[in-house]
Write a protein that binds this ligand. Structure first.
Ligand SMILES: [Zn+2]
Length: 540
């Protein structure tokens, strides 16, 4: 008989008793299982739960993304049975059916599955939410192959046969989500309409459709996103939402008139894929530095980098480290990207005069302990953030700068006096995102001596190849390469004395602060990314 999940998580140091007591209080009104409430309140992830159940039961834990369920495996188990029991058949290996299961103590499901299957079954544990997402996705795709459907529509268009534009738009969005894209670009050119997806930060061309379909696609999307279809000569913005693979997605849509027609860009604001700090790509030493910074009751912690460098993800991972039962956490964001249960999140709304600055002013009257300010981009916000940090609040925010040292001069540019700056700032994290090599196709190789020497490489490293599972890109997912500066007394003094960047770099060099490029090389040696990717992001 398994122990109660709360007890197990507590014994393994994943949550403390305070959180269990909190959940037991809430459970009196919300009649749900303790395990489910712990997950809903972000106290634990279902990944934590899966790992604990695996440890307790002896059934191995495996990452679901290392499998793309095969058709014969899916055919072996009916969809309804999978969905009811949170299991997913992924492969048939040596005549054994490999099955992911969320709850290894679900004996009933295991017995019944044994009756379905003529083959021996081997179970492994995976997080419940990932299993249910993948059930929807892969059973659906096994029955409705997307590329085949899009090809058929293209053939019909070329033969002047009728097609459903609505269906085409749905397929293009499904394909984008299946390929893990963040943006869909539908671009008119002279000969064709090009459909490209941004995957892990890089654009890839997926489909070329006959140009005659372009305006019809644009009109369909405009209607769905409440834009004016009569207007095609000025830029427009809109939004729409869809359920795809049984998951709700929101989309921000924008059109810009070009000389060849309207260029359409659809940004996918996906489900809630929050990730934990240790999954972002920080090394152990860096994680310790972050934990230290986040324990400070006041001061500013800054995450810096260009747009699309994962700053918000890191901010949220930092928030997860804060005990928000004991602390009042308020955020002002543009827009709110991840929803969290126990913190108070406010979205920018210019029309209603909710700006970064006005929100901070109101927050200060709401007795906060921690404030997350989406971005510091003007003098007023910078002044208010500093003031909040100096009056006993922990402030988390982001800045657009090239590196960690750049944050100091950026805040000076925003008219924060050197003395205020030196006494308010606690830590600076600068980061860039690198694409991770696809686990299915990455290949070991040995590099030339010159490169080995340059980067201190002693073993074999990997490079990208491209396969069906990574949309031929060779990469899957991203990881951050970062540099972290904790502000110590010596640096505080340098900031107060309003020293030049050269002095700050001299300091970081002397203290052995690992640069973003250093972190990237560590990821290279671990086989997580490759040289081509490092050169793409940091230059040669
Ligand atoms: Zn691949």
């Amino acid at each position: 008989m398994p122990k109660r999940i709360g007890e197990l998580l507590e014994e393994n140091g994943i949550i403390d008793n305070e959180k269990i007591q909190y959940v037991l209080t809430i459970q009196k009104t919300v009649k749900k299982r303790v395990g489910d409430l712990l997950i809903e309140l972000n106290f634990v992830t279902d990944r934590d739960v899966a790992k604990i159940l695996s440890k307790q039961s002896g059934v191995p834990f495996k990452e679901l993304y290392t499998y793309e369920p095969s058709k014969d495996a899916l055919d072996a188990v009916p969809y309804n049975f999978s969905i009811q029991n949170d299991i997913l058949p992924v492969a048939i290996e040596n005549d054994t059916l490999m099955v992911a299961i969320a709850d290894p103590y679900n004996e009933r499901a295991k017995t019944m599955l044994g009756r379905f299957s003529s083959r021996p079954i081997s179970f492994f544990v995976s997080p419940k939410s990932e299993i249910s997402k993948n059930i929807e996705k892969f059973y659906y795709l096994a029955a409705h192959p997307i590329d085949e459907a899009i090809n058929l529509i293209r053939e019909n268009l070329l033969n002047n046969l009728a097609i459903s534009v609505e269906n085409l738009v749905n397929l293009l969005i499904e394909s984008a989500i299946y390929n893990r894209s963040s943006d869909i670009h539908i671009t008119p050119t002279e000969q064709t309409t090009l459909v490209s997806y941004r995957i892990d930060g890089v654009m890839h061309l997926f489909y070329a459709l006959p140009p005659s379909i372009h305006t019809r696609i644009v009109s369909t999307v405009k209607i769905k996103s409440s834009m004016d279809i009569a207007k095609s000569n000025s830029p427009q913005d809109g939004s729409m939402s869809y359920e795809i693979f049984h998951e709700q997605y929101s989309f921000r849509v924008s059109t810009v008139p070009t000389i060849r027609g309207e260029n359409l860009v659809i940004r996918i604001l996906g489900g809630d894929n929050q990730i934990a700090l240790h999954q972002i790509g920080f090394g152990e030493r860096q994680l310790n530095m972050i934990s230290k910074a986040i324990k400070s009751p006041f001061g500013i912690i800054l995450v810096t980098g260009p747009t699309g460098s994962g700053k918000t993800t890191t901010l949220y991972a930092l928030l997860q480290k804060i005990n928000y039962i004991e602390k009042n956490v308020m955020t002002i964001e543009d827009p709110v990207e991840y929803k969290m249960s126990l913190i108070h999140q406010v979205a920018i709304n210019e029309k209603a005069q909710v700006t970064f600055a006005s929100a901070i002013r109101s927050f200060l009257r709401q007795d906060p302990d921690v404030m997350l300010i989406g971005e510091i981009r003007d003098e007023e916000t910078a002044a208010l953030a500093t003031k909040a940090a100096l009056t006993g609040h922990l402030v988390l925010s982001t800045l657009h700068t090239n590196d960690a040292v750049g944050a100091i001069s950026r805040l000076s540019d925003l008219k924060i006096g050197s003395f205020l700056l030196s006494s308010s700032i606690t830590a600076i994290i600068a980061q860039r995102l690198l694409r991770k090599l696809c686990l299915f196709c990455k290949k070991e190789y040995s590099v030339d001596d010159w490169t080995k020497k340059k980067h201190g490489i002693t073993n074999m490293i990997y490079r990208h190849i491209g396969c069906g599972k990574c949309a031929q890109t060779g990469y899957m997912g991203r990881v951050a390469a970062s540099e972290i500066i904790l502000i110590d007394n010596e640096l505080r003094l340098l900031i107060a004395e309003n020293r030049s960047p050269t002095d700050f770099y001299e300091y970081t060099g002397r203290k052995g602060v690992k640069t973003m490029r250093d972190s990237a090389i560590v990821l290279l040696k671990q086989g997580i990314t490759d040289l081509a990717e490092i050169e793409r992001v940091f230059g040669v």
